[in-house]
Design a binder for this molecule. Sequence first.
Ligand code: PGA
Length: 256
Amino acid sequence: MSQKKKRGKKLVVANWKMNPISVMEARKIFARARRAALGLRNVDTVVCPPAVYLSLFGKSIKKSFALGAQDSFYEVSGSHTSQISPAMLLSLDCSYVILGHSERRAEGETNEIVARKMNIALAQDLRPIVCVGERVRDDDAHYLEELRTQITLSLRGVQKKWLDRIVVAYEPVWAIGATASMDPSEIHGMTIFIKKTLGELFGKKEISGVRVLYGGSVNAENAGHIVREGMVDGLLVGRDSLTPDFSKILESVNRL
Ligand code: PGA
């Protein structure tokens, strides 16, 4: 048997955040990502534009090129001004939703809210990409406890039968929008820690379908190293998912 164990298809998620500011630009960025993504054999791509643009793109998706939202609410319908229901996302051909991004958590979203959103999104057949990550790294490794708590509380109530649809994005907050990503060898350590924590919560066998991604200053130069040496199942890309470099990121992950 070859030394290198064959790992599954990688998942690359584009988080556009609150960009771009025009429909015309959104169409351009989406078309460029689609061109780059279709035909890649080893990568599944998910593009997560702002919710107002989702209806433009539902018809252009493929099995390996999916649409995701950046948030969804913990109720399916009702008097919740401005909120977006997971059922609405499904009807726009969205299959993924990012939940608990650190930029949402910074605005007051708690682990308990993330868990409520997770449970409703899963019950509605969406695939949640739940973001976790420490704010700072301290020498006493309190950040590991912070991460364990985030994972435990954000996934509270999740049923084992849903686990295959869950994606965990490890995004150390200090590495988001920064000048450099976390070192790939450290990412590897964190991937192991996250899988161990998930295993303790749900059982080692049960979590074999959960994918763990890395996010935080991923770019065309570091993407391949992060996936290879970090042993992650894919990437969550912010800033560079809006630029032509996103195609290079997809290609470099596809080559692994
Ligand atoms: P970044 O963002 O790639 O711009 O660091 C990642 C994220 O916040 O999801």
